[in-house]
Design a protein around this ligand. Sequence first.
Ligand SMILES: Cc1cc2nc3c(=O)[nH]c(=O)nc-3n(C[C@H](O)[C@H](O)[C@H](O)COP(=O)(O)O)c2cc1C
Ligand SMILES: C=C(O[C@@H]1CC(C(=O)O)=C[C@@H](OP(=O)(O)O)[C@H]1O)C(=O)O
Length: 356
Amino acid sequence: MNSFGSRLRYSTFGESHGVAIGCLLDGVPAGLKIDEAFIQSELDRRKPGKSEFETARKEDDKVEILSGTFEGYSTGTPIAMLIYNTNQKSKDYSNIKDIFRPGHADFTYFHKYGIRDYRGGGRSSARETAARVAAGAIAKLMLNELSIEVKSGISEVAGIKADIFDYESAKESIIYALDASKESAQKAAILKAKNSHDSVGGVSRIIIKNAPIGLGQPLYYKLDGVLADAMMGLNAVKAVEIGDGILSASIEGSQNNDEIRADGFKTNHSGGVLGGISNGEDIILNVYFKPTPSIFKEQETVTTTNKEVNFSLKGRHDPCVAIRGSIVCEAMAALVIADMLLLNMGSTMSGIKKYY
Ligand SMILES: Cc1cc2nc3c(=O)[nH]c(=O)nc-3n(C[C@H](O)[C@H](O)[C@H](O)COP(=O)(O)O)c2cc1C
Ligand SMILES: C=C(O[C@@H]1CC(C(=O)O)=C[C@@H](OP(=O)(O)O)[C@H]1O)C(=O)O
């Protein structure tokens, strides 16, 4: 019934200071219970303006489902969702009308398209990620029925790493380190950067629990490759690790291999993926976000006519994009896993459940 067969596909539309943003999610199997309160709660986790660790722009991010559901269930047809922008302040950006912010997409977007949409980041603003979270929430509803969980937390801020990482203790926290002294140091690093008109980077750790063995193809649609692509496609993501990732390049095979016993793997250095295919262990990713490019310190740049200028930015910006970015990573992971389930296992919920 959907346009793509047994695949989950989505696209988004809208700009940061346009009327609205939204998504079209195609390929959701018929018969999935659509819990609108859950979808809204996911948007609420990501929405801006909730704390001093986030941009001051306040958006309610109330989501409206326009199509693809009937009497609380998916119909198998495309699901369109809409989120109105309500807190645009485009005039705040008039001082960057003719210049490019270092680190943002302004320079490349202008040189590629010849258009300077200076109202915030325009289409390049991570405002768009609200729509991804809406789509990801529906993917999570699919995964919930199969007891597959996707969770995330912030494992590192400004180079300060959490010693112990625990998702359960993370629920009430903004910085999800279990180690309280690290959490306060991480928060302090964000506020210090913010107060000195700067920004910091961070690392989000994503865990996918209870995925079956067999998701992903051995070569050209490798689960790790597809997950990495989904994460790298997000604003400000500069690196992705699967399992031990970068560390594995500097240790020995005997340290890196996950030995196998009759009851499963002894360790999980591989992060749940072997040969492009899920191995039944937790799938673990570290996603590295750069520091927010829009900072309020004076910087050097050029105008659209290539004149050198110094400028100081105004506006409302996240001091550490990893904090809210982490929720978007969860959504992307859920979309990838749901797509892989459909690709590998069928296009109806009852069909997929036969594999369990
Ligand atoms: C959740 C989230 C929030 C973000 N908030 C801001 C922000 O407030 N200001 C900003 O300049 N960049 C922000 N970014 C990052 C920019 O959108 C991103 O750096 C920019 O589009 C350039 O893309 P690139 O960093 O991938 O090259 C945010 C990113 C994410 C994921
Ligand atoms: C509005 C959101 O985040 C925005 C992400 C963003 C950017 O450049 O990525 C820049 C800021 O907004 P603007 O586009 O108005 O400059 C953030 O406030 C949101 O997440 O909903």
